[in-house]
Design a protein around this ligand. Structure first.
Ligand SMILES: NC(=O)C1=CN([C@@H]2O[C@H](COP(=O)(O)OP(=O)(O)OC[C@H]3O[C@@H](n4cnc5c(N)ncnc54)[C@H](OP(=O)(O)O)[C@@H]3O)[C@@H](O)[C@H]2O)[C@@H](O)CC1
Ligand SMILES: Nc1ncnc2c1ncn2[C@@H]1O[C@H](COP(=O)(O)OP(=O)(O)O)[C@@H](O)[C@H]1O
Ligand SMILES: [K+]
Length: 511
């Protein structure tokens, strides 16, 4: 995968393909041929035994161009000496011209059998290919498709074979990754994803049922307005030179809550320092100072009892970013700190308790958000801030409404960047740009589902903002580094490990 892959919706894909074909640069037939050939290559790359000698395949073809791709796959495998059976669901005459051509070229080589789930269950093959629906899926799939996919998985398991999806497993929305197959489930060993890849391959339910996704290049240009799948962040190295000192890299202030609750802020502060802020201070109320002092060394400590104390601290213009939320408390002190922080216009990460305070309409904090802020909610916090959008993710995902759509709308409303956490973290900017950090497939990091991981993430973002990164950029980089650090530690990870794993992650980025 490239450093930052564009991820598109079905509509964006159609527009891109349409424009390319209309320009005369490429024909629909050529795209279908490239897709089919590339999908076969992806399959052979995934399982070297398949490349070493011919095997057997069953290809399930649907009524649209996804089915057309399937016919090309069948022909190409046959051309490599494979034993291939093709089962078709749909009427040839209703298919596009290109898909009909693909159908006919296969039909000259072998039979096109009707797709009957009962028959699939009894087939023996090393490879089952699902080419029923791709980006054209618009609604719940009919029973026959559901039964066919379940039967294909069962037959593949019985034969020790593989189940591969062409572009999309046929019962998932390519826009939201929502499942459109009722209660039916099947595990897919590979999704061969035509480039640009689809948003739905990296969010929603789909990743839970897919082992891996492999891109298939067909030569379409970079689309506008796509969600960006984040790769390793750039610009993490600290500048060198005789004029550089700690203040060059900024000073982050992390506000802590009361005694006995300061762990979250301390975690965030440690992460901010590790990610390269020149200085990091924890601001704690008087009764919590002793506890913080006992735990902090490189991170500095200052008493910040209330909003007025924060105002005084902010007279130091070198304080270049704030972090509020982890363990802050949802009382009047917390609200006062958030109010002063927002009024200062200083770059600020707002997480956890700060989000709860902002979601309370009686406090009037939401309208004070500004472009220097980054909100980092998990879905529960997001639902407090944007209940209607969280509802739409629940109820309209089957119609294509994604977490990315929700975050984009939220950022526009808030007037600042919004990072919606999860294994599929999305970072949206108020102007509409969205990036996605996928802790999925070969980058899965299930150990991040541990208490305090979110506090570390806000500290990473705050540290990067203290260094001068814009909020969305800092959020995206923080999310990527967070996963990279978790993967370095692996099983047994606790939140404290994450900042300590950063030096190795950052060093690898500089190589
Ligand atoms: N775009 C590109 O650049 C390229 C695209 N390529 C390939 O084409 C694929 C997209 O093809 P596509 O647009 O023909 O859609 P596809 O997924 O085959 O399905 C459409 C058919 O399904 C039907 N249908 C839908 N939902 C249904 C349901 N629930 N239940 C029943 N029927 C349902 C729908 O019928 P309708 O909704 O009109 O009734 C229509 O007949 C894409 O994923 C990739 O593989 C590559 O070849 C090269 C480049
Ligand atoms: N299964 C998972 N895979 C990858 N990342 C995860 C997973 N579960 C949680 N995370 C990440 O871990 C962090 C958890 O944050 P949060 O929910 O605020 O927890 P806490 O408040 O306990 O720190 C988020 O950055 C989230 O993206
Ligand atoms: K498919």
């Amino acid at each position: 995968m490239t450093e930052s892959e564009p991820l598109v919706t079905a509509a964006q894909m159609r527009a891109l393909e349409g424009a390319e074909i209309a320009s005369g640069r490429v024909s629909g037939w050529t795209l279908m041929e490239r897709a089919g050939a590339g999908i076969v290559e992806a399959i052979l790359r995934a399982w070297p035994a398949f490349a070493a000698r011919p095997h057997s395949a069953v290809v399930l073809c649907g009524p649209g161009n996804n089915g057309g791709d399937g016919f090309v796959v069948a022909r190409r495998l046959y051309g490599r000496g494979w034993r291939v059976r093709v089962l078709h669901w749909g009427a040839r005459e209703k298919m596009s011209e290109d898909a009909q051509a693909a159908h006919d070229r296969w039909a000259a080589l072998g039979p096109v059998e009707p797709m009957e789930p009962g028959r699939i269950a009894g087939l023996e093959a090393d490879l089952f290919v699902d080419a029923i629906f791709g980006t054209g899926l618009t609604r719940e799939v009919p029973d026959i498709v559901r039964a066919a996919l379940v039967a294909a998985r069962g037959a593949a398991d019985a034969a020790g074979g593989r189940l591969v999806a062409v572009d999309m497993p046929s019962w998932f929305s390519s826009d939201s990754g929502a499942h459109l197959g009722g209660g039916a489930r099947a595990r897919f060993d590979l999704v061969a994803a035509v480039r640009p890849m689809k948003l739905g391959q990296f969010t929603g339910d789909l990743p839970n049922d897919v082992a891996r996704v492999a891109p298939v290049e067909i030569g379409l240009p970079e689309p506008d307005g796509a969600v960006r799948l984040l790769g390793p962040p750039r610009g993490m190295a600290k500048r060198a030179g005789t004029h550089v000192h700690k203040y060059t890299h900024g000073h982050a202030l992390v506000l802590a809550g009361g005694a006995g609750r300061t762990g979250a802020a301390r975690l965030a502060a440690r992460a901010a320092l590790r990610v390269g802020a020149g200085l990091v201070t924890v601001g704690a109320p008087g009764p919590a100072l002793a506890e913080c002092a006992a735990q902090l060394t490189a991170v500095m400590l200052r008493e910040v009892g209330d909003g007025a104390a924060l105002e005084a601290a902010l007279e130091d213009r070198r304080l270049s970013a704030l972090c509020l939320g982890p363990g802050l408390g949802v009382d009047d002190r917390g609200a006062g700190l958030v109010e002063v922080a927002l009024a200062s216009g200083r770059p600020a990460v707002l997480d956890a308790d700060a989000l709860t305070l902002i979601a309370d309409p009686a406090r009037g904090l939401f309208r004070r958000l500004h472009g220097g802020c980054l909100l980092t909610p998990h879905m529960g916090e997001f639902a407090r801030l944007f209940p209607d959008l969280a509802d739409r993710v629940r109820t309209e995902a089957t119609q294509g409404f994604s977490r990315a759509d929700a975050a984009r709308e939220a950022a526009a409303r808030a007037g600042c960047a919004v990072l919606l956490k999860g294994a599929d973290t999305v970072v949206a900017e108020p102007e509409g740009r969205v990036a996605l950090n996928a802790a999925l497939y070969e980058r899965a990091a299930p150990w991040l589902a541990t208490a305090g991981a979110g506090d570390v993430l806000s500290g990473l973002a705050a540290g990067l903002m203290a260094r001068g990164f814009a909020p969305a950029e800092a959020g995206g980089a923080a999310a990527w580094l967070h996963v990279a650090a978790a993967r370095r530690v692996g099983p047994g990870l606790v939140a404290e490990d994450l900042p300590e794993a950063l030096p190795a992650v950052l060093a690898a980025l500089e190589r």
